[in-house]
Design a binder for this molecule. Structure first.
Ligand SMILES: Nc1ncnc2c1ncn2[C@@H]1O[C@H](COP(=O)(O)OP(=O)(O)O)[C@@H](O)[C@H]1O
Ligand SMILES: O=C(O)C1=C[C@@H](OP(=O)(O)O)[C@@H](O)[C@H](O)C1
Ligand SMILES: [Mg+2]
Length: 193
């Protein structure tokens, strides 16, 4: 979901793995002459943005040894999964309240789907919009190969809540979940599935 830390954690993972790093939103912006995501939505609409997103994922799916941070909406188009399945997909599962806190702190300028139009409290507005998006697409995130649940990490490490978990801690958990997924794949192959 938006604000879950895909861009932040993805960069850390690429450094640890010695892989290249690509952020889909940045590549989309470059493909539209440096136009920002917010401007793309305003000028050409969400449908155009989604087309560009799929084109970018298709190109990335042909590459090797890279970490890709997608946008939170990449899960909504089945064709995108065809491309994402060329690699290992990781879902950063962050409670909506924590997402809303982060979004309220950084503002919604670069996230047009959360753009604040009312003059109300930024946290409440972000939480309402995120909740609507979650209802529409929450299930789609479960298609990912590995899930990194911040709530589970907090319990495991004895943290009171998820807000004290650093991006590095989350990246380490992502690597553990990826390892678990690869092991399961190996076990299935050995068992003849
Ligand atoms: N573990 C974390 N704890 C606190 N803030 C975080 C954490 N990970 C990311 N952030 C902050 O949350 C915001 C959204 O992170 P970002 O990586 O851009 O998310 P995404 O790419 O999933 O939308 C950024 O301001 C980032 O600095
Ligand atoms: O969830 C979404 O639909 C979107 C997420 C954004 O990326 P982040 O998830 O990196 O914020 C960006 O692609 C666009 O604003 C739409
Ligand atoms: Mg991002």
């Amino acid at each position: 979901m938006m604000g879950s830390g895909k861009t932040t954690v993805g960069k850390i993972l690429s450094g640890v793995l010695g892989y290249s790093f690509f952020d889909c939103d940045t590549l989309i912006e470059q493909s539209v002459d440096g136009t920002s995501v917010a401007e793309i939505f305003k000028l050409y609409g969400e449908g155009f943005f989604r087309e560009k997103e799929t084109e970018v994922l298709q190109k990335l799916s042909l590459m090797r040894q890279l970490v890709v941070s997608t946008g939170g909406g990449a899960v909504t188009r089945p064709i995108n999964w065809r491309y994402m399945q060329k690699g290992i997909s990781v879902w950063l599962d962050v409670p909506l309240e924590a997402l809303a806190q982060r979004i309220a702190a950084v503002g919604t300028d670069s996230r047009p789907l959360l753009h604040q139009c009312e003059s109300g409290d930024a946290y409440t507005e972000a939480l309402n919009r995120l909740s609507t998006l979650w209802e529409e697409r929450g299930e789609a995130y479960a298609n990912a190969n590995a899930r990194v649940s911040l709530e589970n990490i907090a319990v495991k490490l004895g943290h009171k809540d998820v807000s004290s978990l650093t991006p590095v801690t989350i990246a380490i958990e992502a690597l553990e979940q990826i390892e678990g997924f690869l092991k399961e794949e190996d076990d299935m192959a050995i068992a003849g599935y």
